[in-house]
Write a protein that binds this ligand. Structure first.
Ligand SMILES: Nc1nc2c(ncn2[C@@H]2O[C@H](COP(=O)(O)OP(=O)(O)OP(=O)(O)O)[C@@H](O)[C@H]2O)c(=O)[nH]1
Ligand SMILES: [Mg+2]
Length: 270
């Protein structure tokens, strides 16, 4: 039975070390509480995972004027899509939104963001291809201040966490945003792809070390029954999981709710 639990956890991408730790915890509880019903054991597992995810859980915050959200991550994880979906959410709430096309590596990237801006009724600040991404972010904050818009969403280029020059560039974007508006960025979100597995843990480690993350977005959760990697990320870095991406449409972005997530991962029938 414990082997089954361990397989369930590892299969959900929780990682071997955390899986062993959780199974050991449950083993001790079963002994101490003299549990015999296997259904209760499954409930215990959910309890333990929920406790990890719910501890110090902080939802997305918009404390600034404007609030600046910096979105980072490796290539292709869903950064631009997440920015577009967030723009949609904030526009639905009646907020003014500025998108910063700080992915200046490819002209197509700014174009992709401009399409999201049009679709959602946000403004888009972009420079030419190859421009300094920090300058784009700076201008976007200034534009939001000038027009009294509430939110600035900064889309950045996908970068391999192993490339130190690219990580340094991210540090610069971060610092320039801080200089343009003290206290900004108010959120620095790492987007991870739910289908990539354990490598996301390494991504979180390096991005967190480079710029200090405030939370994680788990994208492409619709493409996998896994997603347990966020348990490992939360456990290792105490980073709250803020949002989940569940599709490619504007409305396919949800707040992360630990209870619902655990039910989807380990509920009956999983
Ligand atoms: N199914 C699904 N697809 C998604 C989700 N989020 C993003 N995608 C898709 O993933 C692909 C990459 O998304 P982008 O938003 O362009 O990713 P990115 O991180 O900005 O990529 P780069 O800028 O190239 O690093 C696109 O085809 C998106 O439609 C999601 O939650 N679910
Ligand atoms: Mg992108």
């Amino acid at each position: 039975m414990y082997e089954e639990l361990e397989a369930l956890l590892v299969g959900a991408d929780v990682g071997l070390e955390n899986s062993l730790m959780l199974v050991e915890k449950i083993r001790q509880r079963v002994k101490a509480e003299r549990v015999r019903n296997p259904l209760l054991i499954r409930e215990m597992l959910k309890d333990e995972v929920r406790a990890i995810l719910a501890a110090d859980h902080v939802p997305l915050r918009l404390p600034g004027n404007p609030s600046v959200i910096l979105v980072v991550g490796v290539n292709g994880v869903g950064k631009t899509t997440t920015v577009g979906k967030l723009a949609w959410r904030f526009r639905q709430e009646g907020k003014g939104v500025v998108l910063a096309a700080a992915d200046t590596f490819r002209a197509a990237a700014a174009e992709q963001l401009a399409i999201w801006a049009k679709r959602t009724g946000a403004e888009c600040v972009r420079h030419r291809e190859g421009a300094d991404p920090a300058a784009v972010a700076f201008d976007a904050v200034a534009a939001a201040q000038a027009r009294r818009h509430e939110v600035v969403l900064v889309d950045t280029a996908g970068r391999l966490h192993t490339k130190s020059n690219l990580m340094a560039e991210l540090g610069k974007i971060n610092r320039v945003i801080g200089r343009s508006l003290p206290g900004a960025p108010h959120e620095t979100l790492l987007v991870v792809d739910a289908t990539t597995g354990q490598n996301a843990l390494q991504q979180a480690a390096i991005f967190h070390q480079a710029i200090g993350l405030t939370g994680v977005v788990l994208a492409k959760l619709d493409g996998t029954a896994k997603g347990g990697i966020v348990v490992a990320i939360k456990q290792a870095f105490r980073l709250p999981i803020k949002l989940i991406g569940v599709g490619e449409r504007v409305e396919d972005l949800e707040d992360f709710v630990p209870e619902a997530f655990v039910e989807a991962l380990f509920g009956e029938g999983q």
